[in-house]
Write a protein that binds this ligand. Structure first.
Ligand SMILES: [Zn+2]
Length: 206
């Protein structure tokens, strides 16, 4: 995996939290969204000597500059687990489906669907295919593929907004797997980056 380079954040970038950015920015966005006390504690935990008088931006800059790529990855996972480790499927869906005013696709009409509409047609190792209301939905954790053949998905998948069929399928697969998908998508929505771990395929992927 390529080593990420992290840049010091400038104030004008802090106002762009909602815009998806490359993976490398996720950790800096998570750190900016972390309180001072925890930041100081984390810096020490990751082996940085405490330097009195540093401001928040300087502490973050120092962490991004001094921690090894492996430690940065670990820190990122730790921050994500702290933030979303206790979140329910519904909590995570609320984040993932947050209305995006800048995008005309809007939210999927979840009220039109129920889990009773779905038929499981294939269940493999970390892979499920459902058919519902004339559409086929694929959740493939091994291949990191999320797919549906509906028009909404084709349109909204560019913003990694799941369609109502995919949301229905996510309510049917074992929660531990649904949470794995949804945490990535929630991080992507709030902090950028992580959604690129998932390939949203607009066409039938089976
Ligand atoms: Zn769909």
């Amino acid at each position: 995996m390529a080593t990420q380079r992290y840049e010091v954040t400038s104030p004008d970038r802090q106002s762009q939290m909602a815009v998806p950015r490359p993976d490398g920015d996720v950790l800096s966005a998570l750190l900016r969204d972390t309180g001072m006390t925890v930041l100081v504690m984390l810096a020490e935990k990751y082996g940085l000597r405490r330097v009195p008088g540093l401001g928040k931006a300087q502490i973050i800059e120092r962490m991004l500059r001094r921690l090894s790529p492996e430690d940065q990855k670990r820190l990122e996972e730790e921050l994500i687990a702290a933030r979303y480790g206790q979140a329910s499927i519904d909590d995570l869906l609320d984040i993932v489906l947050e209305h995006d005013a800048g995008h005309p696709a809007g939210r999927p009409r979840l009220e039109e669907m129920s889990t009773g509409d779905a038929t499981l047609v294939e269940a493999g190792s970390r892979r499920w295919v459902y058919t519902m209301r004339g559409h086929d939905v694929v959740i493939d954790l091994a291949g990191r593929v999320l797919a549906c053949d509906c028009a909404f998905f084709g349109f909204a998948s560019k913003r990694q907004m799941p369609c109502k069929h995919l949301v229905t399928a996510l309510r049917l697969v074992p929660p531990v797997y649904a949470r794995e998908v949804l945490i990535d998508l929630a991080v992507a929505r709030r902090f950028g980056g992580h959604g690129s771990r998932w390939n949203f395929e607009g066409h039938r992927a089976a």
